[in-house]
Design a binder for this molecule. Structure first.
Ligand SMILES: [Zn+2]
Length: 563
Protein backbone atom coordinates (compact mmCIF):
# COMPACT_ATOMS: atom_id res chain seq x y z
CA UNK A 1 0.00 0.00 0.00
CA UNK A 2 3.01 2.28 -0.45
CA UNK A 3 2.21 5.78 -1.65
CA UNK A 4 -1.57 5.51 -1.61
CA UNK A 5 -2.13 7.73 1.39
CA UNK A 6 -3.78 11.09 0.84
CA UNK A 7 -3.93 14.26 2.88
CA UNK A 8 -6.22 17.26 3.24
CA UNK A 9 -4.69 20.27 5.00
CA UNK A 10 -6.93 23.16 6.04
CA UNK A 11 -5.07 26.27 7.16
CA UNK A 12 -6.97 28.72 9.36
CA UNK A 13 -4.72 31.77 9.41
CA UNK A 14 -4.23 32.99 12.98
CA UNK A 15 -6.61 30.44 14.55
CA UNK A 16 -6.17 29.94 18.30
CA UNK A 17 -7.67 27.46 20.75
CA UNK A 18 -8.32 30.43 23.05
CA UNK A 19 -11.33 31.18 20.84
CA UNK A 20 -11.93 27.81 19.17
CA UNK A 21 -12.22 25.76 22.37
CA UNK A 22 -15.07 27.85 23.81
CA UNK A 23 -16.81 27.81 20.41
CA UNK A 24 -16.37 24.03 20.20
CA UNK A 25 -17.65 23.54 23.74
CA UNK A 26 -20.77 25.56 22.95
CA UNK A 27 -21.55 23.53 19.89
CA UNK A 28 -20.81 26.25 17.32
CA UNK A 29 -18.25 24.03 15.59
CA UNK A 30 -19.40 20.39 15.54
CA UNK A 31 -17.15 19.36 12.62
CA UNK A 32 -14.01 20.70 14.25
CA UNK A 33 -15.10 19.03 17.50
CA UNK A 34 -15.46 15.70 15.67
CA UNK A 35 -11.94 15.92 14.21
CA UNK A 36 -10.50 16.71 17.66
CA UNK A 37 -12.55 13.92 19.21
CA UNK A 38 -11.34 11.22 16.82
CA UNK A 39 -7.74 12.48 16.51
CA UNK A 40 -4.94 14.34 18.25
CA UNK A 41 -4.57 18.08 18.69
CA UNK A 42 -2.59 20.73 20.50
CA UNK A 43 -1.16 24.22 20.57
CA UNK A 44 1.37 24.75 17.79
CA UNK A 45 4.37 27.03 18.43
CA UNK A 46 4.82 29.51 15.57
CA UNK A 47 8.01 31.13 14.37
CA UNK A 48 9.57 34.17 16.07
CA UNK A 49 8.05 36.56 15.18
CA UNK A 50 4.63 34.83 15.05
CA UNK A 51 3.86 36.43 11.75
CA UNK A 52 2.18 35.24 8.52
CA UNK A 53 5.23 35.85 6.30
CA UNK A 54 7.79 34.08 8.51
CA UNK A 55 5.43 31.29 9.58
CA UNK A 56 4.01 30.26 6.19
CA UNK A 57 7.53 30.47 4.71
CA UNK A 58 8.58 27.94 7.35
CA UNK A 59 5.65 25.73 6.45
CA UNK A 60 6.32 25.98 2.70
CA UNK A 61 10.04 25.16 3.01
CA UNK A 62 10.12 22.93 6.12
CA UNK A 63 12.95 25.12 7.32
CA UNK A 64 13.60 27.73 9.99
CA UNK A 65 13.80 31.45 9.08
CA UNK A 66 17.62 31.29 9.11
CA UNK A 67 17.31 29.03 6.06
CA UNK A 68 14.55 30.82 4.13
CA UNK A 69 15.41 34.34 5.28
CA UNK A 70 11.84 35.63 5.68
CA UNK A 71 10.92 37.52 8.87
CA UNK A 72 8.54 40.05 7.30
CA UNK A 73 6.66 40.81 4.08
CA UNK A 74 9.56 43.02 3.03
CA UNK A 75 12.21 41.64 0.78
CA UNK A 76 15.35 43.75 1.00
CA UNK A 77 16.89 46.02 3.61
CA UNK A 78 19.93 48.22 3.15
CA UNK A 79 21.51 47.68 6.56
CA UNK A 80 24.68 49.51 5.55
CA UNK A 81 22.71 52.74 5.24
CA UNK A 82 20.45 52.13 8.26
CA UNK A 83 17.27 51.31 6.33
CA UNK A 84 15.04 49.93 9.09
CA UNK A 85 11.85 48.99 7.20
CA UNK A 86 13.08 47.33 4.02
CA UNK A 87 11.66 47.59 0.53
CA UNK A 88 10.01 45.29 -2.00
CA UNK A 89 7.95 42.22 -1.10
CA UNK A 90 8.87 38.59 -0.65
CA UNK A 91 7.88 36.40 -3.57
CA UNK A 92 7.84 32.65 -3.86
CA UNK A 93 10.84 32.49 -6.17
CA UNK A 94 13.11 32.90 -3.19
CA UNK A 95 12.39 29.38 -1.88
CA UNK A 96 14.79 26.77 -3.27
CA UNK A 97 12.55 23.81 -2.76
CA UNK A 98 8.99 23.82 -1.46
CA UNK A 99 6.88 21.08 0.06
CA UNK A 100 4.85 21.18 -3.20
CA UNK A 101 8.02 20.47 -5.21
CA UNK A 102 8.85 17.54 -2.93
CA UNK A 103 5.35 16.05 -3.21
CA UNK A 104 5.33 16.60 -6.99
CA UNK A 105 8.72 14.94 -7.39
CA UNK A 106 7.45 11.96 -5.36
CA UNK A 107 4.68 11.58 -7.95
CA UNK A 108 1.90 12.95 -5.77
CA UNK A 109 -0.77 15.11 -7.35
CA UNK A 110 -1.19 18.35 -5.43
CA UNK A 111 -3.85 21.06 -5.25
CA UNK A 112 -2.85 24.25 -3.41
CA UNK A 113 -5.26 27.11 -2.83
CA UNK A 114 -4.55 30.46 -1.20
CA UNK A 115 -1.47 29.61 0.85
CA UNK A 116 0.16 32.99 1.64
CA UNK A 117 3.56 33.70 0.03
CA UNK A 118 2.98 31.40 -2.97
CA UNK A 119 2.87 34.10 -5.68
CA UNK A 120 3.96 33.80 -8.46
CA UNK A 121 2.44 30.38 -9.15
CA UNK A 122 4.94 27.82 -10.38
CA UNK A 123 4.60 24.47 -12.06
CA UNK A 124 3.60 21.56 -9.83
CA UNK A 125 2.20 18.10 -10.46
CA UNK A 126 -1.35 19.38 -10.14
CA UNK A 127 -2.51 22.96 -9.66
CA UNK A 128 -1.98 26.05 -7.55
CA UNK A 129 -3.97 29.22 -6.79
CA UNK A 130 -1.73 31.78 -5.08
CA UNK A 131 -2.56 33.59 -1.83
CA UNK A 132 -1.71 36.67 0.22
CA UNK A 133 0.87 39.03 -1.42
CA UNK A 134 -0.55 38.27 -4.86
CA UNK A 135 -0.82 41.70 -6.52
CA UNK A 136 -4.55 42.58 -6.79
CA UNK A 137 -4.83 42.85 -10.56
CA UNK A 138 -2.57 40.18 -12.00
CA UNK A 139 -4.01 37.62 -14.36
CA UNK A 140 -1.48 34.88 -13.69
CA UNK A 141 -2.13 33.79 -10.12
CA UNK A 142 -2.72 30.15 -11.00
CA UNK A 143 -0.86 27.15 -12.32
CA UNK A 144 -1.80 26.15 -14.93
CA UNK A 145 -2.65 29.71 -16.07
CA UNK A 146 -5.98 28.65 -17.61
CA UNK A 147 -7.25 27.63 -14.16
CA UNK A 148 -7.75 31.35 -13.35
CA UNK A 149 -10.66 31.57 -15.74
CA UNK A 150 -12.28 28.43 -14.39
CA UNK A 151 -12.31 29.93 -10.88
CA UNK A 152 -14.88 32.47 -12.00
CA UNK A 153 -14.98 36.24 -11.75
CA UNK A 154 -16.20 36.33 -8.14
CA UNK A 155 -13.12 34.52 -6.76
CA UNK A 156 -11.38 36.82 -4.22
CA UNK A 157 -7.83 36.43 -2.97
CA UNK A 158 -7.97 39.08 -0.26
CA UNK A 159 -10.02 41.98 0.98
CA UNK A 160 -9.64 45.59 -0.05
CA UNK A 161 -11.06 47.68 2.74
CA UNK A 162 -11.59 51.11 1.21
CA UNK A 163 -8.98 52.37 -1.11
CA UNK A 164 -10.58 55.40 -2.66
CA UNK A 165 -7.61 57.66 -3.32
CA UNK A 166 -9.67 60.58 -4.60
CA UNK A 167 -12.08 60.68 -1.74
CA UNK A 168 -11.36 62.47 1.52
CA UNK A 169 -13.00 59.70 3.52
CA UNK A 170 -10.18 57.23 3.06
CA UNK A 171 -8.31 55.00 5.39
CA UNK A 172 -10.99 54.79 8.01
CA UNK A 173 -12.33 51.26 8.03
CA UNK A 174 -15.84 50.71 6.64
CA UNK A 175 -18.75 49.96 9.02
CA UNK A 176 -18.26 46.69 10.90
CA UNK A 177 -21.29 44.97 9.41
CA UNK A 178 -19.98 45.72 5.92
CA UNK A 179 -16.52 44.38 6.80
CA UNK A 180 -18.05 41.21 8.21
CA UNK A 181 -20.16 40.79 5.08
CA UNK A 182 -17.03 41.07 2.90
CA UNK A 183 -15.14 38.59 5.09
CA UNK A 184 -17.99 36.08 4.96
CA UNK A 185 -18.31 36.49 1.20
CA UNK A 186 -14.58 35.76 0.83
CA UNK A 187 -14.94 32.62 2.98
CA UNK A 188 -17.87 31.18 1.06
CA UNK A 189 -16.44 31.88 -2.39
CA UNK A 190 -13.14 30.24 -1.42
CA UNK A 191 -14.82 27.24 0.18
CA UNK A 192 -17.14 26.70 -2.81
CA UNK A 193 -14.15 26.90 -5.15
CA UNK A 194 -12.29 24.29 -3.08
CA UNK A 195 -15.27 21.92 -3.01
CA UNK A 196 -15.53 22.17 -6.79
CA UNK A 197 -11.79 21.65 -7.33
CA UNK A 198 -11.71 18.64 -4.99
CA UNK A 199 -14.53 17.03 -6.95
CA UNK A 200 -13.45 17.92 -10.47
CA UNK A 201 -9.67 17.60 -10.06
CA UNK A 202 -8.96 15.11 -7.27
CA UNK A 203 -5.44 15.11 -5.81
CA UNK A 204 -3.32 13.15 -3.32
CA UNK A 205 -2.60 16.33 -1.38
CA UNK A 206 -5.06 19.21 -1.14
CA UNK A 207 -4.44 22.34 0.89
CA UNK A 208 -6.37 25.56 1.38
CA UNK A 209 -5.67 28.47 3.73
CA UNK A 210 -8.63 30.53 4.91
CA UNK A 211 -7.27 33.99 5.78
CA UNK A 212 -10.67 35.18 7.00
CA UNK A 213 -9.92 33.86 10.52
CA UNK A 214 -6.98 36.28 10.74
CA UNK A 215 -9.06 39.21 9.47
CA UNK A 216 -11.99 38.51 11.84
CA UNK A 217 -9.66 38.36 14.83
CA UNK A 218 -7.65 41.46 13.88
CA UNK A 219 -10.72 43.62 13.44
CA UNK A 220 -13.25 42.03 15.80
CA UNK A 221 -11.24 40.55 18.67
CA UNK A 222 -13.17 42.64 21.22
CA UNK A 223 -16.54 41.58 19.82
CA UNK A 224 -15.42 37.96 19.64
CA UNK A 225 -14.25 38.08 23.26
CA UNK A 226 -17.57 39.64 24.31
CA UNK A 227 -19.50 36.98 22.43
CA UNK A 228 -17.50 34.21 24.10
CA UNK A 229 -17.93 35.78 27.53
CA UNK A 230 -21.73 35.65 27.28
CA UNK A 231 -23.36 32.81 29.18
CA UNK A 232 -25.36 31.70 26.18
CA UNK A 233 -24.40 32.02 22.52
CA UNK A 234 -27.76 33.26 21.38
CA UNK A 235 -28.25 35.59 24.31
CA UNK A 236 -27.13 38.65 22.42
CA UNK A 237 -28.92 41.30 20.44
CA UNK A 238 -25.57 42.59 19.20
CA UNK A 239 -25.58 42.31 15.40
CA UNK A 240 -21.80 42.03 15.07
CA UNK A 241 -21.51 39.32 17.71
CA UNK A 242 -24.24 37.37 15.93
CA UNK A 243 -22.44 37.81 12.61
CA UNK A 244 -19.21 36.55 14.18
CA UNK A 245 -20.97 33.49 15.62
CA UNK A 246 -22.46 32.81 12.18
CA UNK A 247 -19.05 33.26 10.58
CA UNK A 248 -17.52 30.54 12.77
CA UNK A 249 -20.54 28.29 12.16
CA UNK A 250 -20.12 28.68 8.42
CA UNK A 251 -16.37 28.07 8.68
CA UNK A 252 -17.12 24.85 10.54
CA UNK A 253 -19.68 23.78 7.96
CA UNK A 254 -17.09 24.33 5.22
CA UNK A 255 -14.51 22.30 7.15
CA UNK A 256 -17.12 19.54 7.34
CA UNK A 257 -17.80 19.68 3.59
CA UNK A 258 -14.10 19.53 2.65
CA UNK A 259 -13.50 16.67 5.09
CA UNK A 260 -16.43 14.83 3.55
CA UNK A 261 -14.96 15.29 0.06
CA UNK A 262 -11.56 13.92 1.12
CA UNK A 263 -11.03 10.20 0.70
CA UNK A 264 -11.88 8.12 3.81
CA UNK A 265 -8.24 7.00 3.87
CA UNK A 266 -7.01 10.59 3.98
CA UNK A 267 -5.37 12.26 6.93
CA UNK A 268 -7.09 15.55 7.73
CA UNK A 269 -5.00 18.34 9.23
CA UNK A 270 -6.26 21.68 10.51
CA UNK A 271 -3.44 24.08 11.31
CA UNK A 272 -2.71 27.76 11.87
CA UNK A 273 0.45 29.81 11.38
CA UNK A 274 0.18 31.71 14.69
CA UNK A 275 -2.37 32.48 17.38
CA UNK A 276 -4.23 35.61 18.44
CA UNK A 277 -4.94 37.72 21.48
CA UNK A 278 -5.89 41.28 22.48
CA UNK A 279 -3.89 44.06 20.80
CA UNK A 280 -1.16 45.75 22.87
CA UNK A 281 -2.25 48.66 25.06
CA UNK A 282 1.23 49.97 25.85
CA UNK A 283 4.13 51.27 23.80
CA UNK A 284 7.70 50.52 24.74
CA UNK A 285 10.19 52.98 23.29
CA UNK A 286 13.16 50.81 22.38
CA UNK A 287 15.45 53.59 21.16
CA UNK A 288 14.80 55.65 24.30
CA UNK A 289 15.76 52.58 26.34
CA UNK A 290 18.99 52.20 24.33
CA UNK A 291 19.64 55.91 24.81
CA UNK A 292 19.19 55.55 28.59
CA UNK A 293 21.76 52.72 28.49
CA UNK A 294 24.16 55.14 26.79
CA UNK A 295 24.16 53.08 23.58
CA UNK A 296 22.30 55.51 21.35
CA UNK A 297 23.03 59.21 20.91
CA UNK A 298 20.87 61.81 19.23
CA UNK A 299 21.90 64.92 17.38
CA UNK A 300 19.61 67.24 19.28
CA UNK A 301 16.53 67.14 21.52
CA UNK A 302 13.19 66.55 19.85
CA UNK A 303 11.29 69.83 19.95
CA UNK A 304 7.60 70.47 20.39
CA UNK A 305 7.52 71.56 16.77
CA UNK A 306 8.97 68.28 15.60
CA UNK A 307 6.47 66.49 13.36
CA UNK A 308 7.41 63.17 14.93
CA UNK A 309 6.54 64.53 18.36
CA UNK A 310 3.06 65.46 17.19
CA UNK A 311 2.58 62.19 15.41
CA UNK A 312 3.24 60.32 18.64
CA UNK A 313 1.04 62.65 20.69
CA UNK A 314 -1.87 62.28 18.27
CA UNK A 315 -1.25 58.55 18.01
CA UNK A 316 -2.17 58.18 21.67
CA UNK A 317 -5.77 59.06 20.98
CA UNK A 318 -7.54 56.42 18.96
CA UNK A 319 -10.50 58.61 18.01
CA UNK A 320 -8.34 61.52 16.95
CA UNK A 321 -6.11 59.18 14.97
CA UNK A 322 -9.11 57.62 13.22
CA UNK A 323 -10.51 61.06 12.46
CA UNK A 324 -7.22 62.24 10.96
CA UNK A 325 -7.02 59.12 8.86
CA UNK A 326 -10.47 59.87 7.50
CA UNK A 327 -9.79 63.53 6.82
CA UNK A 328 -6.29 63.41 5.38
CA UNK A 329 -5.84 62.33 1.77
CA UNK A 330 -3.64 59.23 1.48
CA UNK A 331 -0.93 61.17 -0.37
CA UNK A 332 -0.70 63.62 2.53
CA UNK A 333 -0.55 60.75 5.04
CA UNK A 334 2.24 59.10 3.08
CA UNK A 335 4.13 62.39 2.97
CA UNK A 336 3.69 62.96 6.72
CA UNK A 337 4.90 59.43 7.41
CA UNK A 338 7.96 59.89 5.20
CA UNK A 339 8.84 63.16 6.89
CA UNK A 340 8.27 61.64 10.33
CA UNK A 341 10.47 58.66 9.52
CA UNK A 342 13.28 60.75 8.13
CA UNK A 343 13.02 63.01 11.17
CA UNK A 344 13.24 59.99 13.44
CA UNK A 345 16.21 58.58 11.51
CA UNK A 346 17.75 62.03 11.32
CA UNK A 347 17.64 62.37 15.11
CA UNK A 348 20.03 59.44 15.65
CA UNK A 349 23.71 60.35 15.55
CA UNK A 350 25.00 57.17 13.94
CA UNK A 351 28.65 58.08 14.36
CA UNK A 352 28.23 58.01 18.17
CA UNK A 353 25.60 55.22 18.52
CA UNK A 354 26.48 51.63 19.33
CA UNK A 355 23.04 50.01 18.97
CA UNK A 356 19.59 50.85 17.57
CA UNK A 357 16.14 49.32 17.27
CA UNK A 358 14.85 47.47 14.19
CA UNK A 359 11.08 46.70 14.10
CA UNK A 360 10.03 43.09 13.42
CA UNK A 361 6.40 42.63 14.45
CA UNK A 362 4.42 44.54 17.08
CA UNK A 363 5.75 42.94 20.30
CA UNK A 364 8.84 41.41 18.68
CA UNK A 365 11.78 43.71 18.01
CA UNK A 366 15.40 43.54 17.02
CA UNK A 367 18.44 45.41 18.26
CA UNK A 368 21.17 45.92 15.71
CA UNK A 369 24.77 46.64 16.63
CA UNK A 370 26.45 49.52 14.76
CA UNK A 371 29.27 47.31 13.58
CA UNK A 372 32.45 48.82 12.16
CA UNK A 373 32.90 47.85 8.52
CA UNK A 374 29.35 46.55 8.15
CA UNK A 375 27.57 49.90 8.65
CA UNK A 376 28.20 53.26 7.03
CA UNK A 377 29.19 54.88 10.33
CA UNK A 378 29.81 51.69 12.33
CA UNK A 379 31.82 52.10 15.56
CA UNK A 380 31.60 48.74 17.38
CA UNK A 381 34.54 46.42 16.66
CA UNK A 382 33.60 42.87 15.66
CA UNK A 383 34.65 40.05 18.00
CA UNK A 384 34.96 40.68 21.72
CA UNK A 385 33.44 44.20 21.78
CA UNK A 386 30.48 43.00 19.73
CA UNK A 387 29.85 39.96 21.97
CA UNK A 388 30.17 41.95 25.21
CA UNK A 389 27.70 44.50 23.91
CA UNK A 390 25.18 41.80 22.98
CA UNK A 391 25.59 40.22 26.45
CA UNK A 392 24.95 43.57 28.07
CA UNK A 393 21.83 44.30 25.99
CA UNK A 394 20.38 40.86 26.72
CA UNK A 395 21.15 41.18 30.43
CA UNK A 396 19.57 44.64 30.63
CA UNK A 397 16.54 43.54 28.61
CA UNK A 398 15.72 40.67 30.94
CA UNK A 399 15.70 43.12 33.89
CA UNK A 400 13.28 45.56 32.26
CA UNK A 401 10.21 46.23 34.39
CA UNK A 402 7.17 48.37 33.87
CA UNK A 403 7.78 51.00 36.60
CA UNK A 404 4.06 51.25 37.37
CA UNK A 405 3.49 47.62 38.33
CA UNK A 406 6.87 45.90 38.35
CA UNK A 407 5.83 43.59 35.51
CA UNK A 408 8.70 42.17 33.41
CA UNK A 409 8.42 43.61 29.90
CA UNK A 410 10.68 41.24 27.98
CA UNK A 411 9.67 37.57 27.78
CA UNK A 412 12.66 36.46 25.75
CA UNK A 413 15.99 38.09 24.86
CA UNK A 414 18.36 36.08 22.69
CA UNK A 415 21.26 36.27 20.28
CA UNK A 416 19.98 35.72 16.75
CA UNK A 417 21.95 32.48 16.32
CA UNK A 418 20.21 31.02 19.39
CA UNK A 419 16.85 31.31 17.59
CA UNK A 420 17.79 30.72 13.95
CA UNK A 421 20.30 28.62 12.03
CA UNK A 422 21.34 29.06 8.42
CA UNK A 423 22.87 31.38 5.86
CA UNK A 424 20.32 34.18 6.40
CA UNK A 425 20.98 34.60 10.13
CA UNK A 426 23.63 37.20 9.32
CA UNK A 427 21.01 39.47 7.82
CA UNK A 428 18.82 39.41 10.97
CA UNK A 429 19.10 41.90 13.87
CA UNK A 430 21.91 40.92 16.28
CA UNK A 431 19.63 40.58 19.32
CA UNK A 432 15.96 39.56 19.24
CA UNK A 433 13.57 40.70 21.96
CA UNK A 434 10.11 39.21 22.46
CA UNK A 435 8.06 41.50 24.67
CA UNK A 436 5.00 40.71 26.74
CA UNK A 437 2.33 40.97 24.02
CA UNK A 438 0.63 43.86 25.82
CA UNK A 439 3.60 46.04 24.74
CA UNK A 440 4.27 47.15 21.18
CA UNK A 441 7.86 48.12 20.31
CA UNK A 442 8.26 51.66 19.05
CA UNK A 443 11.26 53.28 17.34
CA UNK A 444 10.22 56.81 18.17
CA UNK A 445 12.55 59.14 20.05
CA UNK A 446 9.85 61.78 20.62
CA UNK A 447 8.49 61.69 24.20
CA UNK A 448 10.75 61.05 27.15
CA UNK A 449 9.29 58.12 29.05
CA UNK A 450 10.01 54.47 28.28
CA UNK A 451 6.39 53.33 28.36
CA UNK A 452 3.19 55.03 27.34
CA UNK A 453 -0.39 53.99 26.69
CA UNK A 454 -1.14 52.85 23.16
CA UNK A 455 -4.50 53.04 21.37
CA UNK A 456 -4.55 50.21 18.81
CA UNK A 457 -6.34 50.66 15.48
CA UNK A 458 -7.28 46.95 15.42
CA UNK A 459 -8.42 45.12 18.55
CA UNK A 460 -6.54 41.82 17.98
CA UNK A 461 -2.90 40.95 17.37
CA UNK A 462 -0.84 37.81 16.86
CA UNK A 463 0.32 35.41 19.55
CA UNK A 464 2.88 32.62 19.57
CA UNK A 465 0.60 29.58 19.71
CA UNK A 466 -1.42 28.47 16.72
CA UNK A 467 -3.40 25.23 16.39
CA UNK A 468 -2.75 21.69 15.22
CA UNK A 469 -5.50 19.11 14.73
CA UNK A 470 -4.93 15.76 13.00
CA UNK A 471 -7.41 12.95 12.33
CA UNK A 472 -7.44 9.93 10.05
CA UNK A 473 -6.81 6.18 9.89
CA UNK A 474 -3.11 6.47 10.80
CA UNK A 475 -3.67 9.07 13.53
CA UNK A 476 -4.10 8.05 17.17
CA UNK A 477 -7.08 9.21 19.20
CA UNK A 478 -4.88 10.87 21.74
CA UNK A 479 -6.60 14.13 22.68
CA UNK A 480 -4.40 17.06 23.60
CA UNK A 481 -0.67 16.92 22.85
CA UNK A 482 1.99 19.39 23.95
CA UNK A 483 5.29 20.81 22.63
CA UNK A 484 4.20 20.91 18.99
CA UNK A 485 5.98 23.23 16.56
CA UNK A 486 4.94 24.59 13.16
CA UNK A 487 8.37 23.44 11.94
CA UNK A 488 7.27 19.85 12.64
CA UNK A 489 4.20 19.98 10.39
CA UNK A 490 5.91 19.57 6.96
CA UNK A 491 7.80 16.37 7.96
CA UNK A 492 4.61 15.10 9.61
CA UNK A 493 2.68 15.64 6.37
CA UNK A 494 5.23 13.66 4.33
CA UNK A 495 5.38 10.89 6.92
CA UNK A 496 1.60 10.54 7.04
CA UNK A 497 1.66 10.17 3.24
CA UNK A 498 4.20 7.37 3.62
CA UNK A 499 7.03 9.42 2.09
CA UNK A 500 10.60 9.88 3.33
CA UNK A 501 11.47 13.16 5.03
CA UNK A 502 14.17 15.28 3.34
CA UNK A 503 17.28 15.47 5.50
CA UNK A 504 17.38 19.27 5.20
CA UNK A 505 14.01 19.73 6.95
CA UNK A 506 14.52 21.36 10.35
CA UNK A 507 11.54 19.81 12.16
CA UNK A 508 10.66 16.33 13.43
CA UNK A 509 7.76 14.03 12.59
CA UNK A 510 5.13 14.45 15.34
CA UNK A 511 5.19 10.72 16.12
CA UNK A 512 3.01 11.08 19.19
CA UNK A 513 0.06 11.87 16.92
CA UNK A 514 0.29 8.54 15.09
CA UNK A 515 -1.25 5.18 15.75
CA UNK A 516 1.33 2.73 17.22
CA UNK A 517 0.52 0.17 14.48
CA UNK A 518 1.23 2.73 11.74
CA UNK A 519 4.44 3.79 13.51
CA UNK A 520 5.81 0.26 13.73
CA UNK A 521 4.84 -0.60 10.14
CA UNK A 522 6.31 2.69 8.85
CA UNK A 523 9.64 3.63 10.36
CA UNK A 524 10.47 7.30 9.68
CA UNK A 525 12.79 7.47 6.70
CA UNK A 526 15.14 10.27 5.86
CA UNK A 527 16.09 11.16 2.32
CA UNK A 528 19.01 13.12 0.95
CA UNK A 529 18.02 15.62 -1.71
CA UNK A 530 20.19 16.98 -4.44
CA UNK A 531 20.00 20.75 -4.18
CA UNK A 532 17.62 22.11 -6.76
CA UNK A 533 18.70 25.69 -7.42
CA UNK A 534 15.28 26.83 -8.53
CA UNK A 535 15.67 30.22 -6.83
CA UNK A 536 19.03 30.84 -8.49
CA UNK A 537 17.65 29.78 -11.84
CA UNK A 538 14.74 32.18 -11.57
CA UNK A 539 16.60 35.07 -9.96
CA UNK A 540 17.08 36.48 -13.44
CA UNK A 541 13.33 36.91 -13.82
CA UNK A 542 11.79 40.20 -12.79
CA UNK A 543 10.16 40.44 -9.36
CA UNK A 544 7.09 42.61 -8.64
CA UNK A 545 6.70 45.64 -10.91
CA UNK A 546 6.49 49.05 -9.25
CA UNK A 547 2.75 49.18 -9.92
CA UNK A 548 2.30 45.73 -8.35
CA UNK A 549 4.31 46.75 -5.30
CA UNK A 550 2.16 49.85 -4.89
CA UNK A 551 -0.98 47.69 -5.08
CA UNK A 552 0.30 45.22 -2.49
CA UNK A 553 1.31 48.10 -0.26
CA UNK A 554 -2.16 49.63 -0.60
CA UNK A 555 -3.86 46.38 0.30
CA UNK A 556 -1.62 45.74 3.32
CA UNK A 557 -2.25 49.27 4.52
CA UNK A 558 -5.98 48.84 3.98
CA UNK A 559 -5.80 45.79 6.23
CA UNK A 560 -3.80 47.69 8.85
CA UNK A 561 -0.59 45.71 8.30
CA UNK A 562 1.46 48.76 7.37
CA UNK A 563 1.30 51.78 9.62
ZN1 LIG B 1 -1.09 34.72 9.66
Amino acid sequence: MVGTRKLLAIGLDGATFDTLLPLVERGHMPNLAALMERGSWGRLASTIPPFTAAAWSTFITGRNPGQHGVLSFRDKRDRFHYDLQGTGFVDARRYDLTIWDILSTAGKRVGIVNVPMTYPAHSVNGYMVTGMLTPPHVAQFTYPPELAEALGSDYVIDLDFIRDEDSFRICGFPPKTEMMAQIRHMLSVRARTCSRLMQEQPTDFFMVVFTSTDRVQHFFWDDLANMIARPSPNGTADAIERQIAEYFEELDERIGQLTELASPSATVLVISDHGFGPAPTHRFYMNIWLEQLGLLQRRGRASFLDLEYWRVMLGRNRHLKALLRRLMPQAAQDKAKQVAESTSGGIIDWSRSRAYFVPLYFHVGGVEINLAGARHEGIVEPGRDYELLRDRIIHQATQLQDPRNGKLIVELAARREELYQGPHVESFPDVILVLDPDYICSASLAGSSLIEFHAPMRSGEHRQDGIFIAAGPSIAQRGELSNLRLLDVPPTILYSMDLPVPSFFDGQVLKEAFDPAYLSAHPVQSQEWPSIPRAAEQAEQAGFSEAEQAEIEGRLRGLGYLD
